[in-house]
Design a protein around this ligand. Sequence first.
Ligand code: ATP
Length: 429
Amino acid sequence: MKRKHISELKDHIGSLVKIAGFVESIRDQGKIKFLIIRDITGKIQAVVTKDSPAFSKISNLNLESVVSIEGTVKEEPQAPKGYEISVSDLHILSLAAPELAIPVVHEKGGKEVDVSKRLDYRWIDLRRPEKQRIFQVWTHLEEGFRRYFLKNNYTQLYSPSFMNAPSESGSEVFEVPYFEENAFLAQSPQFYKQMAMASGLERVFMTGPVYRAEPSFTTRHLTEFTGWDFEVSYIESHEEVMDILELLIINGFERVKNLVLNDLEIPSQPFPRLTMPEVKEKLKSLGVESDREHDINPEEERKICELVKKDTGHDFVFITDWHKEARPFYHMRYEDDPETTKSFDLLYKGVEIVTGAQREHRLEVLKSQAREKGISLDSIKDYLEFFRYACPPHGGAGIGPGRIVMQMLDLPSIKEATYLPRDVKRLGP
Ligand code: ATP
């Protein structure tokens, strides 16, 4: 018999069916035993009476074992769903060890096990339907983004993780042995997506792992995370990059709303845009202290989002016009205001989720901006070569989907939103 999913059973009342899944609970009432079976689509009560050949097998069964069951779907007003399976036979496909390392179902009022222990046993943690939903959100968010990219003639590229020089300034780079020399793990696909502009690809997107040797213990930083990146040619300013992002986010959120989270709020266009000086002014009037002149700290990110939400009802806000000190050398600066970059961050419910900018494509200006930041031209010589044989004006953004999913589901940390998170203390499982 072909296996059915549990969600299909409502259409098979009265029929003999086969299902398979995990045994979530076992209740023994002497002459009759009740099991709750769980698969990816839901749960069903299975009833085993003494006359069934399955009856004796249940005494050997441990919680969370994997079984297949054959039985008849019957209406039963007292069953949790109004119908259940009356079991005619049961096969143990895989027996679980008797003591679970972490519980899948919590006792009523019981607290969730500490995150670090749950991550040690991530595969058991993920047996819970609400955890599986996190990755359905990822899947459809990416689907929505991808649909937008494909509709608008973007080319997908894959960039390498091994590099001969760090891809971003700063010390947050992993250096790894690489045959006769050392390689650096990509901190972003920045240089390579820009190279695609010099190749004339005009519109590209990339998804892949990025690495940051962040010694931090925040709820939003991992040492390895998934980055979604795009880059487009022939833009006139970073404003166009923000227009694209708004459409991307809306496309992604609509897919998630249609397929996973029915009550998700779809942001409306345009998203609020504030310049950094405007943000600082507003924060000052709220009495929010700052330790950074040209940047904002997590507390300021939260506060400005609260204010924007109050004033406009919007969960998103772009912060534009960052001072050159807070931005990398490759961000373009305003002709009439060379201290300020044509760049932005996008914040969602109090957390930065995207950074973007128009890039500097004029080789001489790029060199002088790198020199000004104390970057030796020799260390970025391969990158600089991309601009020697002409490169269209361009811009783009780097998106952190882990942070988007964390905020969308109000999860306490990016670790909860990541399949297998990596941080300073965690390299397994
Ligand atoms: P932050 O200021 O929060 O450390 P960043 O400015 O270093 O972030 P970018 O280099 O601009 O971040 O990276 C683009 C996006 O990648 C960020 O907006 C964020 O969504 C995500 N991101 C950056 N660093 C991390 C990290 N360590 N873990 C998870 N996501 C990250």
